[in-house]
Design a protein around this ligand. Structure first.
Ligand SMILES: Cc1cc2nc3c(=O)[nH]c(=O)nc-3n(C[C@H](O)[C@H](O)[C@H](O)COP(=O)(O)O)c2cc1C
Length: 310
């Protein structure tokens, strides 16, 4: 059985809807990410047997350990979602209590739960009870600066039997750009008996070292810093910074893996988004992006990238 302790001192890949699919998670794992989490999956959609949702739970052995992340705000629906998700053989189940998107919070899900501690506790309890696997929770520091609840939620998580808490060091109101609140993450990390993962603004080895030093967290979680640069995990583990050639090779490998899973049509369309990340800061990026956006086959994409590599 997976144990969060195996991640101590290491960097893990954050869940990212729309970009954090199995192909991306696999190249991150191969680049040194200690574990990964799927894109968020609606517990309600699982309850209704939605087939598109099943694709989000696909996990390759090469990306393990990997958790499936669920969102929802009804304890019974979450419990059922946990049981269905467990059939897809993840290593753990993660609960989303941090998503700020109005479509999600409007339904009372994601970060809206930060304003409902009693309900959030019932959800954690229901998930732990239903799960044959360890359960983690991902939160933000609070709904806004006047309502910092992460330490309270961390304590509650431990009392409910949750094994790990990932704390994004921003409030819901802080979006994705507010400065990271190390103090609140440190308060969470000082809770005994729960594995706290620090998240927010980690784009380099130095950023991760700062997070460890300022908060005493058990592990760190990288999100946007890995987009277009999975080898950031090698760098964090003390290795070399990725060259442009290495990054482009990984882009091709990620696209091949995506084609394997989703077919060429969908994978090539989704690759355009990732091309934007991989090409960031490279010479000739605009021209490559233009050529890449017209390409319909993996072979065509590879020809363009190989020509750029020289
Ligand atoms: C495109 C994108 C999609 C995201 N999707 C999810 C998600 O599905 N579940 C979740 O808990 N967090 C999600 N997040 C939040 C990240 O996991 C992370 O907490 C946040 O980006 C802060 O980390 P960073 O500063 O390293 O990017 C997403 C973030 C981005 C940028």
């Amino acid at each position: 059985m997976f144990d969060f302790e195996s991640l101590r001192g290491r960097a893990v890949l954050a869940p990212m809807a729309g970009v954090g699919d199995s192909a991306f998670r696999t190249v991150c794992a191969e680049s040194g990410a200690a574990c990964a989490v799927t894109e968020m999956v609606s517990a309600k959609a699982l309850h209704y047997g939605d087939e598109n949702t099943a694709a989000l739970m696909f996990i390759r052995d090469a990306e393990r350990p990997c958790g499936i992340q669920l969102f929802g705000s009804e304890p019974e629906v979450i419990a059922e979602g946990v049981k269905i998700a467990a059939e897809y053989a993840p290593d753990f189940i993660d609960l989303n209590m941090g998503c700020p998107v109005p479509k999600v919070t409007g339904g009372g899900d994601g970060s809206a739960l930060l304003r409902e501690p009693v309900l959030a506790g019932r959800i954690m309890e229901a998930a732990v009870k239903a799960s044959p696997l360890p359960v983690s929770v991902k939160i933000r520091t609070g709904w806004d600066g006047e309502h910092i609840v992460a330490p309270q939620f961390t304590r509650m998580a431990r009392e409910c039997g949750v094994a790990a808490v990932a704390v994004h060091g921003r409030t819901r109101a802080g979006g994705y750009t507010a400065p990271v609140d190390f103090e609140t993450i440190a308060a969470c990390a000082s809770e005994e008996g729960v594995f706290v993962i620090g998240n927010g603004g980690l784009n380099s080895a130095a950023d991760c070292a700062e997070m460890f030093a300022k908060t005493g967290c058990a592990a760190v979680m990288v999100a946007r810093g890995a987009l277009g640069n999975p080898l950031v995990f090698r760098e964090i583990a003390g290795g070399e910074r990725a060259s442009n050639a290495e990054r482009l090779e990984l882009f091709l490998r990620q696209t091949r893996l995506a084609v394997e899973q989703k077919g060429e049509f969908l994978a090539l369309r989704q690759a355009r988004k990732h091309a934007g990340f991989y090409l960031r800061g490279m010479k000739g990026a605009a021209e490559l992006r233009r050529l890449g956006s017209a390409v319909e086959t993996y072979a065509g994409l590879e020809t363009i990238v190989r020509r750029a590599l020289g």
